[in-house]
Ligand binder design. Structure first.
Ligand code: ZN
Length: 172
C-alpha cells in the first residue's frame, strides 16, 4: 500500500491465544472503545496476531462501503514449489463461515463477505458502525497533517504523536 504513513513500531502489542479471544478483543475495540480527540488511527485498522493458529485478525473501522470489515488472514503464507502459484496453507474450507458463526453468536449480522478458502484471506463486512470516536480518529488520519501540507506523509511527527494516543485492543 502506498497510501499509508509508516506506523510507529515503539508500541508492542500482545499476541492472542485464539481466534475467539482476538475476535472478542477486536470487536470490543471497534465498537465499544472511545478514542481521545488527539488520537490518529490509520485506516488499515488494528492487527491482532494469533501465532498458535498462524492467523491474523484485522479490524478495519471504515472499510468497503463505509462498513466495519473484519479480515481473517493466514499470517505466514507458505508458497507451493514453482511452477505452482497457489499457497500450500490457505484458509481452511469453511473457516470463514466459522467466523460468520462466531460473529453472529455475538450479535453481529454479516452484511457481506469475500474470499476465504482457497485464498489466504477472507473478509466480512458488518452492519453496525464503529464507535464514533474510532471513526473520528481514522478521519483525522485521512485528512493528513493539518499543520503543514495535508499529507499523511508529512514528516513533522503529527502521525507518530497522534498514533501514540490511540487506545489499541487490549488483552482480556
Ligand atoms: Zn506536518
Amino acid at each position: 500500500m502506498t497510501d499509508l504513513a509508516e506506523t510507529p513500531r515503539a508500541r508492542t502489542r500482545p499476541d492472542w491465544s485464539s481466534i475467539d479471544s482476538a475476535l472478542t478483543a477486536g470487536l470490543r475495540w471497534t465498537f465499544e472503545t472511545d478514542q481521545t480527540a488527539s488520537a490518529i488511527m490509520h485506516h488499515h485498522g488494528a492487527h491482532l496476531h494469533v501465532p498458535a493458529e498462524n492467523r491474523t485478525l484485522r479490524f478495519i473501522p471504515i472499510g468497503a462501503e463505509g462498513r466495519v470489515v473484519v479480515v481473517l488472514e493466514v499470517a505466514t503464507v507458505v508458497p507451493a514449489p514453482s511452477p505452482h502459484l497457489s499457497p500450500t496453507n490457505p484458509l481452511r474450507d469453511g473457516e470463514l463461515e466459522q467466523l460468520h458463526d462466531l460473529l453472529q453468536e455475538r450479535g453481529f449480522s454479516v452484511a457481506d463477505s469475500w474470499n476465504g478458502h482457497p485464498y489466504v484471506t477472507g473478509s466480512v463486512a458488518l452492519d453496525r458502525p464503529a464507535h464514533p470516536g474510532l471513526i473520528a480518529s481514522v478521519l483525522r488520519y485521512q485528512q493528513g497533517c493539518q499543520t503543514h501540507d495535508q499529507s499523511v506523509f508529512c514528516t513533522c511527527g503529527w502521525y507518530t504523536t497522534g498514533y501514540a494516543d490511540v487506545a489499541l485492543p487490549e488483552a482480556l
